[in-house]
Design a protein around this ligand. Structure first.
Ligand code: SF4
Length: 448
């Protein structure tokens, strides 16, 4: 018997005493995963419970990603799959970056979907005004459900003040809005008290956190940071390091990596540097409207290694950006050989509407971009693998994420390899292990 009914706006109402349930499918980056957790927290505060499977849920939500073409295709496929698998009476909602960026087109193209809702629309009780408005409540400050793993992402800002030539994010996430220090610390306290031993800080441009708030007060420009100006993030990391055992920072724009921030990260005990480099050719970086070049990046990496020889580095790079030449590719290859990064991700350029690069000439043929990507991936795979091998015989302190799987400070959750450990080690505990074997990107650790 169908005990669910819907109002003309698609609001979920459940007859009788049964509690309505939800299912959220999340695509894309860690930032989206935090939004989904916040959404889950809000749904729970509205009386919903998590469903065990999509077919038993009364409310099915697809939190989409619109970063590049491949991500959009995956998001659409996921929505169609959810439409196939959900109960007939269940309501299907599409939210996230695709909803924000292509709301009207999506609603028209996907008749299976009951509601396409941008950020901040209450998907349970949408009002006609909310459906059109940009933000009726702030996802950033919503409560989160109980933790199931010993680490948690903590989003400290939304949006971005930069305008990189390939990136459409500022066009739909807006300028940077930093959360206040008090809000962040309160959320960190609540994560730690619910079992998080590690907090992973995320934002579009993490090193610029707080700058929008200060700029609003003092009229400073973002360039102050690029010239080595002081950074509110430093005090925030110090505060957080007194609360959580590990504090990890993701997405560091390279000009924001000042000496003081480097020291703060090293002193926090998690010397993990996730540098958002994108390329190393100076000409290409200027074409991307980005700071720096290979020589400057190498100089910073060396400076960090001088301070802490055990520091870990991750970065990501775009291949095939308009105007990219064989010489740019050679510079990238030389940089990778010299930098010896622990981890790196490579992506081919995706032409995004509304970005500065979309209208540029000299687009690189997709096959050539792919060929260049394969070349650098092969080089980096060999480097990453050698760096993993070199850890055999070392002692590492690891955090047990799930039975038999742990990580040291060298591995970021969900992105890097893991340390395979004894499945009897309690989840959420720390252990000292000796690395006895490397298996590709993973290591095997034995308690000493
Ligand atoms: S720093 Fe550049 S790539 Fe990153 S979100 Fe901002 S505009 Fe996009």
């Amino acid at each position: 018997m169908n005990d669910t009914e819907r109002s003309p706006l698609g609001v979920v109402r459940v007859r009788g005493s049964r509690v309505a349930s939800y299912w959220i499918e999340t695509l894309g980056c860690p930032k989206n995963h935090v939004d989904s957790e916040k959404l889950a927290g809000r749904l729970q505060s509205q009386g919903f419970r998590a469903a065990q499977s999509v077919d038993e849920a009364d409310l099915v939500v697809a939190n989409t990603c619109a970063f590049i073409e491949a991500a959009r295709e995956e998001s659409i496929d996921t929505v169609l799959e959810l439409a196939d698998h959900k109960a007939r009476s269940a309501r299907l909602v599409v939210t996230g970056c695709m909803a924000e960026r292509y709301g009207d087109e999506l609603a028209e193209a996907l008749p299976e979907v009951d509601l396409v809702a941008g950020f901040g629309v209450d998907i349970v009780e949408p009002t006609p005004v909310a459906l059109r408005s940009r933000s009726t409540f702030d996802l950033l400050n919503l409560p989160r459900p109980q933790r199931v793993s010993p680490w948690a992402y903590l989003k400290i800002a939304e949006g971005c003040d930069r305008r990189c030539g390939f990136c459409a994010i500022p066009s739909f996430r807006g300028d940077q809005r930093s959360r206040s220090r008090d809000e962040i610390l309160a959320e960190a306290d609540s994560l730690v008290s619910s079992g998080a031993r590690e907090v992973v800080l995320i934002a579009q441009d993490l090193a610029s956190w707080g700058h929008d708030r200060r700029r609003a007060r003092r009229g400073e420009a973002l360039e102050v940071l690029d010239q080595g100006g002081s950074q509110p993030i430093i005090e925030l990391v110090k505060d957080l390091a007194t609360r959580a055992e590990w504090v990890r920072l993701l997405y560091l724009y390279p000009s924001g990596l000042t000496d003081e921030l480097i020291d703060t990260i090293i002193e926090s005990g998690v010397p993990y540097f996730d540098l958002s480099l994108q390329h190393v050719s100076r000409d290409l970086l200027r074409g991307m409207n980005r700071w720096g070049d290979g020589a400057r990046f190498l100089e910073r990496i060396e400076r960090i290694r001088e301070r802490d020889p055990l520091a870990t580095f991750r970065s990501s790079f775009i291949l095939g950006y308009p105007g990219e030449t064989e010489d740019d590719q050679r510079q990238l290859v030389e940089f990778l050989e010299a930098a010896q990064l622990d981890w790196a991700g490579f992506f081919t350029y995706s032409r995004e509407e509304g970005t500065a690069s979309a209208s540029r000439d000299a687009h690189v043929a997709p096959e050539l971009a792919l060929e260049r990507l394969r070349e650098v991936s092969e080089i980096q795979d060999a480097i990453s693998s050698r760096r993993r091998d070199a850890l055999v015989g070392t002692l590492q302190r690891v955090l047990v994420d799930s039975p038999g799987r742990a990580r040291s400070v060298r591995e970021c959750p969900e992105i890097d390899g893991v340390v395979v450990v004894d499945p009897q080690l309690p989840v959420g505990s720390f252990a000292e292990v000796e690395i006895v074997e490397s298996r590709g990107m993973d290591l095997v650790g034995v308690v000493k």
